[in-house]
Write a protein that binds this ligand. Structure first.
Ligand code: NAD
Length: 175
């Protein structure tokens, strides 16, 4: 009975960074629970491979760079064109380049914040999946963060900065 309550039949979900790792596991879990899953990744071939693993559920593979507004909009448009809506947004795409504070380049800093924070904002905001959820009065947004936020590790310094920003942003959205 508990498992029945966790079923997601008829729900439409997407997972960014779904082409490997934690995102791939999210895609499998959502698919196993019965949801239709759009697997989204920077690299289309990776998204296609995971969508293929879930092929019995009739899934969709999409290429999108979550740091680009036009890609995020195209992603949502493609999902709506296929399934009419979005119920579950799994904003998982993220990078951690793991450099010591004194070695972190501006390029690394910008890339991390662009993909992890700007990308998450673009996916959550009203112009993307969030607007659809607000209009239909239902939606679940899952943002992948990290326990690195509590680690005192110099290699995680700017990564932890982004995680703090994510928490503050999400706290505000939920208020
Ligand atoms: N691996 C860990 O130990 C760990 C721990 C805690 C949190 N996280 C977080 O979990 C998430 C997934 O981690 P992972 O280890 O599975 O990562 P991973 O590097 O294994 O996979 C990330 C996927 O995201 C894709 N991607 C990268 N940039 C993208 C972009 N701009 N747009 C769309 N897709 C993009 C990559 O192609 C890749 O397929 C990340 O947000 C990461 O910060 C990871």
């Amino acid at each position: 009975r508990i498992l029945e309550r966790l079923r997601l039949d008829g729900r439409v979900a997407y997972v960014t960074g779904g082409g490997q790792g934690i995102g791939r596991a999210f895609a499998h879990a959502l698919g196993e629970a019965g949801a239709k899953v759009a697997v989204v990744d920077l690299v289309l071939a990776k998204a296609e491979a995971v969508a293929c693993e879930l092929s019995l559920k009739g899934n969709l593979a999409l290429a999108a760079d979550v740091s680009k507004p036009e890609d995020v909009q195209s992603m949502v448009d493609a999902i709506v064109a296929r399934w009419g809506t979005v119920h579950i947004a799994c904003n998982n795409a993220g990078i951690n380049l793991n450099s010591a504070s004194e070695e972190t380049s501006l390029e690394e800093w910008d890339k991390t914040f662009n993909v992890n924070l700007r990308g998450l904002f673009l996916c959550c905001q009203v112009s993307a999946a969030g607007r659809i959820m607000l209009n239909q009065g239902y939606g679940k947004i899952i943002n992948t963060a990290s326990m690195a936020i509590v680690l005192q590790n110099p290699y995680f310094n700017y990564y932890r900065c982004y995680l703090n920003q994510l928490n503050l942003y999400w706290e505000g959205v939920n208020h």
